[in-house]
Design a binder for this molecule. Structure first.
Ligand code: NOJ
Length: 556
């Protein structure tokens, strides 16, 4: 099913209700058979993306990188990893996507560079107190011979957030040691990122996903503040902006400058913040004088319960309305267990949540049996519900195929620093980053001409694009239908809860009368009278079964 090219929506507000498809470039499509996905691979699949019916793609980093953290360790922000292509390939990709009216969002990683970035190499060669070191966060250690780290701050991937260099100083890295943190109090750092934003915007990029957006401003005054509570920093929701490292108020001065650059373009470029912050702090990132949009991970963290979904949707829409932003919705991305697998965990209270899914992945071979059928049923229902909501929806490559997490990657093939730095205790994120299956067989299920850089399981074949493309009941068909209807029916950013909503069922109406009904309970329920246009699973004698969503155009 190919779609004819359509002109890009001219509106500056195109992003408010856009469906954005995340591509993890090294695992999407491999054009040259080296096992790594590349830009020309993506070019070859642009018709697939157009047929899916998305509005934009977000490309995870494709920059030169040693891949110490899947590309989030950037050597050069204004180039393409030679294994993935060239800037000319990037231009070709952008114009191919634009030809179908699909916008392009690139990932900007401003909290840290890689340890191979020219600036970091210069800092290592430069003396203590030099201008080159001031672009990063270098400090003397504590204790005798200054042999202890300057503070007790932990790195997100395990171990201390400080690493010692040849002359005895230490540098800060809130993630892997290969990801030294930049000093955002340094004007040169700020100006350089403004130049990077212009570099990509001038090439026609429509927007930027901002990595660790809540981490740039830090309190680095001596003595360095101890952390209030020792927890994984990304899980840290501090409501008041007073944490030494995360979500400090000053970070918004940086985004006010970025906004000025965005507004130099017509239409203005957009930003979406990856900010794991307390929901009450999210609007500041999503403000019109800041990045404009922020990821909302609330559904991704929720259990499969009507009450939880109801509260989240109600609160987040009210928040968005109060602050003038449109909300975002996410169920899967490259950092979390795929939602089909989260919903397949054994039925126990709170087993569906992200936290527990992670704990399950820590299981070292003791992982419980997954109910894959139930997981996929719920994943399809959750997606259809999400796609009916006002605001923009972010999809992650492979979820349109109903892919599950790959849980049996052999230890020697795992790439994620979360695994490597935790001594194997944390299985990490590779399970959702396994290259996509395009064909039912072949050396890498059509991903490329050779073996893929992460091993693909045998069950990928029946879930491939080829296997699903012409199957009316497939997950791929469901996504295509839902996105097609969404485009047709999408109206103002509001919804009205219908009387059928209760502890088991969520039933809401969008402007124009279109209804979405989801059954979280265990018994089939009736649907409103009208035309059922799409369902996440088969109806039972006209009733909506458990774990199923239907969209209905009511009879007038
Ligand atoms: C968030 C990214 O999504 C994740 O993949 C990465 O490891 C960290 N930021 C550090 O850049």
């Amino acid at each position: 099913m190919e779609m004819s090219p359509r002109p890009a929506a001219a509106s500056a507000e195109w992003w408010r209700q856009a469906v954005v498809y995340q591509i993890y470039p090294r695992s999407f499509a491999d054009s040259d058979g080296d096992g790594l996905g590349d830009l020309r691979g993506i070019v070859s699949r642009v018709p697939y993306l157009a047929a899916l019916g998305i509005d934009a793609v977000w490309l995870s980093p494709f920059y030169p990188s040693a891949l110490a953290d899947g590309g989030y360790d950037v050597d050069d922000y204004r180039d393409v990893d030679p294994r993935l292509g060239t800037l000319a390939d990037f231009d070709e990709l952008t114009s191919a996507l634009h030809g179908y009216g699909i916008r392009v969002i690139v990932d900007i990683v401003p909290n840290h560079t890689s340890n191979r970035h020219a600036w970091f190499l210069e800092a290592l060669a430069a003396p203590k107190g030099s201008r080159a070191r001031d672009r990063y966060v270098f400090r003397d250690g504590r204790g005798p011979a200054r042999a202890e780290p300057p503070s007790d701050w932990p790195a997100a991937f395990g171990g201390p957030a400080w690493t010692r260099v040849g002359d005895g100083q230490w540098y800060l890295h809130l993630f892997a040691a290969e990801q030294p943190d930049l000093n955002w109090a340094n004007r040169e750092v700020r100006d350089d990122f403004l130049a990077t934003l212009r570099f990509w915007a001038d090439r026609g990029v429509d927007g930027f996903r901002v990595d660790v957006a809540h981490g740039l401003a830090k309190n680095l005054a001596e003595p360095l503040e101890p952390l209030p509570v020792k927890r994984h920093p990304a899980d840290w929701p501090v409501p008041h902006g007073t944490h030494p490292l995360w979500d400090r108020d000053e970070v918004h001065d940086i985004y006010a400058e970025w906004r000025q650059v965005f507004n130099e373009y017509d239409p203005p470029r957009i930003g979406v913040a990856e900010a794991w912050v307390h929901p009450s702090r999210r609007p500041r990132y999503a403000s019109a004088s800041g990045l404009g949009q922020a990821f909302n991970f609330d559904l991704l963290e929720a259990n499969w319960k009507a009450g939880e979904f109801l509260r989240i949707i109600t609160d987040d829409l009210a928040d968005a309305q109060r602050h003038g932003a449109s909300t975002t919705w996410v169920l899967s991305n490259h950092d979390v267990v795929r939602h089909a697998s989260r919903y397949a965990l054994p039925a126990r209270d709170d087993r569906d949540s992200l936290t527990n899914a992670k704990a399950w992945l820590l299981g070292n071979g003791t992982a419980p049996e997954l109910d894959r059928g139930r997981g996929l049923r719920r994943a399809r229902a959750a997606t259809l519900l999400m796609l009916a909501l006002p605001g923009s929806a972010y999809l992650y490559q492979g979820e349109e195929l109903g892919l599950h997490e790959v849980t049996d990657i052999p230890a020697e093939r795992i790439q994620d620093p979360a695994y490597l730095r935790s001594g194997g205790a944390d299985k990490g994120r590779d399970g959702c980053r396994v290259p996509l299956p395009w064909a039912t067989d072949g050396p890498s299920f059509g991903f490329g001409a050779g073996a893929a850089h992460l091993p693909q399981p045998a069950w990928f074949g029946p879930l491939s694009v080829e296997a699903q493309e012409h199957d009316h009941a497939s997950t791929l068909t469901l996504y295509r239908q839902a996105l097609g209807w969404r485009r047709t029916l999408q109206g103002a950013e509001s919804l009205e809860w219908m009387p059928g909503t209760n502890g088991q069922v969520l039933d809401f109406r969008r402007p124009g009368g279109w209804r979405s009904v989801t059954n979280f309970g265990s018994r089939p329920v009736p649907l409103p009278h009208g035309t059922v246009i799409v369902t996440s699973g088969p109806l039972e004698e006209g009733l909506l079964p458990a774990d199923t969503t239907a969209w209905v155009i009511p009879a007038s």
